[in-house]
Ligand binder design. Structure first.
Ligand SMILES: NC(=O)c1ccc[n+]([C@@H]2O[C@H](COP(=O)([O-])OP(=O)(O)OC[C@H]3O[C@@H](n4cnc5c(N)ncnc54)[C@H](O)[C@@H]3O)[C@@H](O)[C@H]2O)c1
Length: 362
């Protein structure tokens, strides 16, 4: 499979490392033959790094449409800012190329729906790079919880706060503007969490949230912005199977950040990445859970066999739907059904995102 990368920024290096690891493990089903970035210096440097790690130097482009036209590619990995995902995906499908998309799938559920229908229209596969459900420990955890290792799930608690000192998350001002990022951190970081919640315990039915922009101005010393994306959200939700969730995230914490996830069931508690603590006092370490539930995890040649990938774009849309249900709820002051967001019945918040998006020149 001839593979191209569009975008040679921060996360692209992690993907290159992944390709290198697959090659080392003798699971190379691809050749990275082309890379593209608007910035020639980045694309060039990335091609050099790719040659070092994979043994051959990919062609360099600064215009992804040219790369799609001349690269002879089978698939691309799209590693671009959130607001470009839906546009670039359509160009890729139209050029006959499969897509691995970065999270969040898009900056709005309606764009996400369009991407799925474009993939279908052109007969192409779209997967989502969602680390919270990939890898042996995450796959094993989801399978173990669904298998009832902690009984039936009563509640999930997930808290994440970071201290930015009124600077930018990941050094990027755009991540705080909803017209570029879909929302504040509740989208950029939040889709990881909502994808994880639904992977572990099935669909979320209804969501209620309060959100706030506490920090009215952010600056890194050079650039100063007035953020339009929320810096804090407090959310409660109910799963279709009756379980409850309490989820908070904030980039406006001062003095001390925090992070922790607890999944409580009728027989015990799961601490993701660590262990399951059962009511009889038994602690099952994650290593044992991986051995039992995910011995096959690296074998997932989704595109080659056309089987449903673990981290599919459909599941990415569902994750986005939960985030936007929270944002919609905070906008209208009522609980919101996730299905109403996914199918476009409610879109008061989304409308504000698209309006702001149109005001940015691309
Ligand atoms: N899976 C994860 O855990 C994870 C982690 C980090 C980032 N991401 C996602 O990856 C995406 C990129 O994030 P990043 O941190 O690497 O951003 P980044 O800003 O470091 O990189 C984006 C790159 O795209 C280039 N670019 C912008 N417009 C372009 C265009 N039209 N054509 C070609 N190149 C263009 C930029 O020059 C830049 O080099 C985001 O959607 C982000 O959410 C995912």
């Amino acid at each position: 499979m001839k593979l191209g990368f569009i975008g040679c920024g921060v996360i692209s290096t992690a993907h290159l490392e992944g390709l290198e690891q697959l090659k080392k493990d003798g699971k190379q089903t691809f050749d990275l033959t082309a890379v593209c970035d608007l910035r020639l210096d980045r694309a060039d440097a990335f091609a050099v790094e790719a040659e070092k790690r994979l043994g051959s130097r990919p062609e360099v482009y600064t215009d992804y449409r040219r790369m799609l036209e001349h690269g002879g590619l089978d698939a691309v990995s799209v590693l671009l800012d959130h607001d470009l995902h839906h546009m670039v995906a359509e160009d890729c499908f139209a050029a006959g190329v499969h897509v691995q998309m970065q999270k969040p799938l898009a900056i709005s559920p309606s764009f996400g729906r369009k991407m799925l229908s474009d993939a279908e229209k052109y007969g192409k596969v779209m997967t989502l790079s969602e680390p919270s459900v990939l890898g042996a420990d995450n796959v094993a955890m989801a399978r173990a919880v669904r298998d009832g290792i902690i009984g039936s799930v009563y509640m999930i608690m997930d808290y994440a706060t970071v201290t930015l000192r009124r600077k930018f998350f990941a050094g990027t001002a755009w991540r705080h503007m909803k017209g570029r990022a879909g929302a504040g951190w509740i989208n950029d970081h939040g889709v990881h969490r909502t994808h994880f919640f639904t992977e572990v315990n099935g669909p979320i039915k209804e969501v209620f949230a309060y959100t706030e922009i506490f920090e009215k101005q952010l600056s890194d010393g050079e650039t100063t912005i007035r953020p339009t994306g929320e810096d804090t959200s407090v959310t409660v939700f109910r799963f279709a199977n009756g379980g409850l969730g309490h989820w908070m995230c904030s980039t406006a914490a001062h003095g001390e950040g925090t992070g922790g996830v607890w999944i409580y069931g009728s027989k015990g508690c799961f601490r993701p990445g660590r262990y399951a603590a059962l009511e009889d006092g038994k602690i099952i370490p994650i290593s044992e859970i991986i051995e039992r539930y995910a011995p096959d995890v690296v074998r997932n040649p989704a595109i080659a066999e056309r089987k449903e990938p673990i981290s599919s774009a459909e599941r990415g849309l569902e994750a986005l739907g939960v985030v936007f249900a929270a944002l919609e709820s905070a906008t209208i002051g009522q609980p919101v059904r996730v299905q109403d967001i996914i199918f476009g019945k409610r879109h008061a918040y989304e409308d504000t995102v698209i309006e702001e998006m149109k005001s940015f020149k691309r």
